[in-house]
Design a protein around this ligand. Sequence first.
Ligand SMILES: Cc1ncc(COP(=O)(O)O)c(C=O)c1O
Length: 425
Amino acid sequence: MDRRKFLQSTAALASVSLVGNSMIAHGQGALDKDSDAYWKTIMDQYKVTDEFINLNAGHWGIMSQPVMEAFFNHTRFINAYSSQYMGSGRAANPNARSFYAERAEILEMLAKKLGVNSDELVFTRNVTESLQLLISGYNKLKPGDTVLYSDAAYYSMKAEMRHLKVHRKAKVVQLKVPDPATYENQIAVFEQGIKDNPGTKLLLITHMSNHTGVIIPVKEITAMARSHGVDVIVDAAHSWGQYDFDFADMNLDFVGFNLHKWIGAPLGVGLIYIRKDRMLDIDTKSSKGPPGNVDINNRVQTGTMNMAAVMSVKDALNFVDDIGIKHIDRRFKALRHEWVKEFLDDDRVDILSPEDERMHAGLTSFRIKAHKDTRELGKTLLRDYHINTAPIPNINAIRVSPGLYSSKADMAVLGVAIKDIMNKM
Ligand SMILES: Cc1ncc(COP(=O)(O)O)c(C=O)c1O
């Protein structure tokens, strides 16, 4: 059965209307940006396969059609202009386009959106690169100092923290985050960790867990850590672009982002934020001059990047801005609610992000308590119900992450599928 047919038959089963899929697009400007009719006009700007419902936008966000077209155009331009665009053209002709000038404009856009200065931002190729540079480059550790992170951290960031034992002779401690998560217990676990380990100098936290979708109180945790003399590095892989928060108000020092998940840029663009007055605390790369300079660009050495992808960040930001982050935030919460509501009173299922509005967005995981093989469950969802999710075996959970191209009907189909699987067990 193809995806559309399956969707229709299963949605009928779920008694949900496919109004979003059949409605004729209205003039977008006249529509309430929180209405399904408006979101139909956004969904129409994505080309997704009909073979399955993709609920794994957390792996990476696919580009909208306008962003993809822009990316192709930038690629064509770069292919035609080659290194002339990298500087020699501008040197000979002040009116020639220049990658460095355009990149600076995009960094200004990003800085404005985050409420920071553009000389506090530098592009990388993904958040892994951003965080590896921040963790391994953090130079305030003395042998014997303690570094903390939790089991909710991303696997490669945990490895980078563990490597500080070799690299900086640090004592490395992994904390266990409480489950279920509450606003208070997420602060308390890190505070207790710092108190239990008086030599702590550095803490790694993950703004939104890729395992569960739990959003932790980054602002409060950072302020608490700072009051104990502890620096914090933040993994913001999933938060920016998925929910509405005031970055400047969080008052952070070191943050890694990517722009190819929830900002919708092409694959291969990440970002580092280092607060200006903390620049010297992150090492420069050996190829970028001696230590002691405060240029953020000297803390990254990627070699040649995918310039067309970087140029497309502008188009992706414009796409997000046209919708507005507060509407994206509400949309993702509504998509999550569409399937989570089916299980709030069902004790066969655990929903792993809390109902507290401050602690979830769209991405949320679930566990069928009696089902002990998550990989098999993920396979069943894809093979029998045409729904692509992300199994997270170490917590026996399935991660569900809708994209801007997802409909409420898609989410309702997931609800029906989960119930169907449980009924057959
Ligand atoms: C919390 C978290 N950190 C880091 C990453 C790595 O992202 P990237 O592939 O952009 O390096 C991911 C990817 O899913 C993630 O979920």
